[in-house]
Ligand binder design. Structure first.
Ligand code: GDP
Ligand code: GDP
Length: 452
């Protein structure tokens, strides 16, 4: 189990800012941690070769002063129960409040390692002006003046936590030394989500994009596209910006149908290249035909996150089709995209279209995620305990060590004594166990290498 650091404190002291500072630049993986409910922010981050988790216990809207007091205390209690260490975040510019003191006395009784983050100390000058001694009064040994917003003092506090918890340093995985640039890239901050809308002619791409733009606030439409022949629209949905590339838009303006046909694949390919998530529309009344399969095959080859959007569901539904049947049937016809989730929509009736955006967010999170090495290795060990790898030329194939070497798509290198002895069957088994363990619905790559 990774050590869990809980950020506790009253609203507005800067807990979320600190959370984002610690984990925001690393992909957050939301998991089921017992007792930690889903509406809380939960993320892993890597510090000096150690994997830590952080939970931000905030995010509630107190209705009254009394409620505020009890809610903060409740949250703090929960954190104390679950956490390895607790950071009480206070606002350095406001000084100590009665609520801070009350939470502090509760935390003190817990016996957990405690730290006080005196936040909003943005400059050395402010630090001089703030009576830090007051905060020592809380009875916590470790008081850290910091600025979550500017990053000042944050690493010193995390160093202190790591030291106090006596976390062993993990041996650096050889792959990370070999290919550090690839992993570094995963640090890019979360920005817009780029979605390409693709599908063969007449599946309903234009109708779908219009429905989307009609339902959600779009900031700018008709931005010159990533390619000369596509149209980008910027859509805002639940606080996330999406750049939606519509590959249908231009076709209408062209006159010779046949030319269009061959050209549209090129256009779709360009849009796919620029996107992280591809929403491939199928027509529910004739889904999984060869043209669909060809397009989906190309998407899979490029390793993009994929949503299979079954459109014109209104018609199929009237005819008594069920979603289960579709998923099973299409799964058989399109086994190479078995990882991809389905969304059933009626673009014409505007039903289900924003579900595609919700799904895209989830996929992008998985797509850019960094998976903690200890967890990966535990999984690798367990899956071999349950099903040992095959025997190759008289030797049992052993998988020793796994590390994630790239993201988008998540790429894992597994070291083995006999990588050449891997069978397709066992490779699929490993992949499926990875998928199950992390709920992965995006393409992933497994590379087997000989241990040097
Ligand atoms: P939470 O309710 O405890 O999660 O607090 P937030 O992280 O939402 O921060 C509350 C406010 O304090 C926001 O307006 C932040 O921009 C601001 N804030 C957070 N950290 C700092 C900091 O280090 N310095 C300054 N000056 N403002 C900060
Ligand atoms: P595109 O070529 O992929 O852009 O497809 P269009 O958006 O032009 O749609 C092709 C045809 O399918 C049009 O006649 C649409 O009205 C129809 N259509 C699109 N979406 C739906 C839907 O959800 N239900 C039904 N019944 N018809 C649809």
């Amino acid at each position: 189990m990774r050590p869990l650091i809980a950020l506790v404190g009253r609203p507005n002291v800067g807990k979320s800012t600190l959370f984002n500072r610690l984990a925001g630049r690393h992909a957050a993986i939301v998991e089921d941690v017992p007792g930690v409910t889903r509406d809380r922010n939960y993320a892993d981050f890597i510090w000096d070769g150690r994997t830590l988790s952080v939970v931000d216990t905030g995010g509630f809207e107190p209705e009254s002063r009394d409620r505020l007091m009890s809610q903060v205390r409740q949250q703090a209690q929960l954190a104390v129960d679950e956490a390895t260490a607790v950071v009480l975040v206070v606002d350095g510019r406001e000084g100590l409040t009665a609520l801070d003191r009350s939470v502090a006395s509760m935390l003190r009784r817990s016996g957990k390692p405690l730290f006080v983050a005196v936040n909003k100390v943005d400059t050395a000058r402010t630090e001089g002006e703030i009576p830090l001694a007051d905060f020592y009064e809380l009875g916590f040994g470790d008081v850290h003046a910091l600025s979550a917003e500017h990053g000042r003092g944050v690493s010193e506090m995390v160093d202190a936590i790591v030291e106090k918890l006596e976390l062993p340093e993990l041996p650096p995985p050889p792959e990370e030394q070999e290919e550090p640039q690839e992993v570094e890239e995963a640090d890019r901050p979360r920005g817009d989500v780029r979605i390409a809308i693709v599908g063969r002619p007449n599946v309903g791409k234009s109708t779908f994009v219009n429905a989307l733009l009609g339902q959600e606030r779009f900031v700018v439409s008709d931005v010159p596209g990533t390619t000369r022949d596509s149209i980008d629209s910027i859509v805002q949905h639940k606080g996330q910006r999406f750049v939606v590339t519509d590959t249908a838009g231009i076709r209408r303006k062209r006159s010779i149908a046949q030319k269009v046909e061959s050209y549209s694949v090129v256009r779709a390919m360009k849009a796919i290249d620029q996107a992280e998530v591809v929403a491939c529309l199928l027509d529910a009344t004739e889904a999984g035909v060869e043209q669909d399969a060809r397009l989906l095959g190309l998407v899979a080859e490029k390793g993009k996150a994929l949503i299979i959007v079954v459109n014109k569901w209104d018609i199929a539904e009237r005819e008594g089709a069920t979603q289960d049947w579709y998923e099973k049937e299409l799964g058989k016809r399109l086994p190479f995209v078995a990882f991809a989730p389905f969304v059933f929509v009626s673009a014409k009736e505007g039903r289900g279209v924003t579900k595609v955006l919700d799904r895209a967010v989830r996929l992008v999170e998985q797509y850019r995620a960094r998976f903690p090495t200890p967890q990966l290795n535990e999984l690798l060990e367990n899956l071999q305990d349950e099903h040992p790898a095959p025997i190759s030329r008289g030797h049992r194939v052993k998988l020793y060590y796994v590390a994630q070497v790239a993201y988008a798509p998540p790429t894992f290198v597994i070291q083995s004594n006999h990588p050449e002895g891997m069978t397709d069957h066992y490779r699929r088994y490993v992949e499926n166990r990875f998928r199950d363990a992390f709920g992965l619905e995006v393409p992933m790559r497994l590379v087997f290498r000989e241990r040097k």
